[in-house]
Design a protein around this ligand. Structure first.
Ligand code: TXA
Ligand code: MG
Length: 332
């Protein structure tokens, strides 16, 4: 049973309670200057799986990690000159930067959807920054609404959309910007706008003095990773709905799921969840895909996963992992 939902306006006590919940792996919705975020400890894979469960998202997009200041973000992402200039100009504010993830970052793979990059942002909202400081860890936070619904700009919107799926909402009144942050990808030589938002291309151009490539308009630009069918494609071939080894393939590693799962004859077995818990499987998904891909075998076999709850997002990701390595046009 979900605990009852608590909605609290700003106070030292409310902040301490919210920070304690985040540190304990619970979900807390909090205000930012753009929209309300559904926050979880970005280093805790079970907590991050809870975000996807609460939002009922049918796919695992990488999430933005939130920090109280630039130096906290720089402990997890590699800042180049351009990133430092943009951070100095727009942080705290409605700008998210996609940067190479540092090797020593402990942010979990579900937060970054298994990518070598990470989106970081420092929100311009006193309550958000006080919470991030008190929680003292990176906080993954997409907008605090069920998937496919409009983004919430008031605490009441969050309660109406998520209800008891979130245990606490910090009420900071209406959000000033009301539009999500602009997402800028700096992982290549180009400056690519992956998502338009609170900060405009002109504002960014004025600081960097270079062209801004629009991901949606330019076919040659990198797409937001959720839009790539082959996003995080393992090097090994992937076989879905595997119920037994395939002698034509040879040694395979099995990504196993559920108590009835037949594992006999596979060269190696990695458990998404022994009990058939979709949330546990989601939390393990990206780390196990990487581990499977590094196994000395001929292929990756994936056991059938029921198409319900987080199983829908897990199956979506597995389908992408098994797809031919070409970009697709379907967005999610
Ligand atoms: O205003 C906002 O940014 C709100 C508030 C709560 O801060 N947050 C938000 O987070 O909208 P989220 O996680 O829903 O935004 C994710 C966006 C997606 O467009 C995703 O594709 C992109 O950021 N993104 C995240 N990590 C990425 C990465 N490593 N590479 C490319 N794009 C990434
Ligand atoms: Mg959203």
């Amino acid at each position: 049973m979900s605990p009852a939902l608590t909605i609290r306006p700003y106070s030292e006590g409310a902040l301490a309670q919210a920070a304690g919940k985040l540190r304990a792996g619970e979900l807390v919705a909090f205000p930012t200057e753009t929209v309300y975020g559904l926050g979880a400890d970005a280093t805790n894979k079970d907590a991050v799986a809870g975000i996807f469960a609460a939002k009922q998202r049918p796919s695992f997009n990488p999430l933005i990690s939130h920090f109280p200041d630039r130096d906290a973000a720089a402990r997890h992402a590699v800042f180049d000159d351009r990133a430092d200039k943009l951070a100095a100009a727009f942080w705290p504010g409605a700008l998210s930067l996609v940067l190479p993830k540092r090797d020593d970052s402990d942010i979990c793979e579900l937060t970054t959807a298994g990518l070598p990059s990470i989106a970081v942002r420092v929100p311009a909202h006193d309550m958000a920054r006080a919470l991030l400081r008190a929680a003292d860890r990176p906080i993954a936070a997409p907008s605090a609404n069920r998937s496919g619904r409009i983004s919430p700009t008031m605490a009441g919107h969050v309660a109406a959309s998520l209800g008891n799926a979130v245990s606490m909402i910090l009420d900071g009144g209406p959000c000033g910007v009301g539009l999500e942050s602009t997402v800028i990808d700096l992982t290549t030589d180009r400056v690519v706008m992956l998502r338009p938002g609170g900060i405009t291309a002109e504002q960014i151009k004025a600081v960097l003095d270079c062209d801004i490539v629009m991901a949606s308009a330019d076919d040659n630009a990198p797409k937001s990773p959720g839009m790539m069918t082959s996003h995080y494609a393992p090097g090994l071939p992937v076989r879905l709905d595997a119920t037994e080894p395939d002698a034509n393939i040879g040694d395979e590693v099995l990504l196993a799921f559920g108590p009835e799962c037949a594992t006999r004859g596979f060269a190696k077995v990695l458990w998404l969840s022994k009990t058939g818990d979709d949330r546990e499987a989601a939390a393990n998904l990206f780390a196990l895909l990487h581990q499977a891909d590094q196994s000395r075998v001929k292929g990756i076999a994936v056991a059938p996963i029921p198409h319900q709850g987080l199983g829908i997002a897990i199956n979506d990701r597995m389908k992408r992992a098994a797809a031919p390595r070409i970009p697709a046009t379907d967005a999610d």
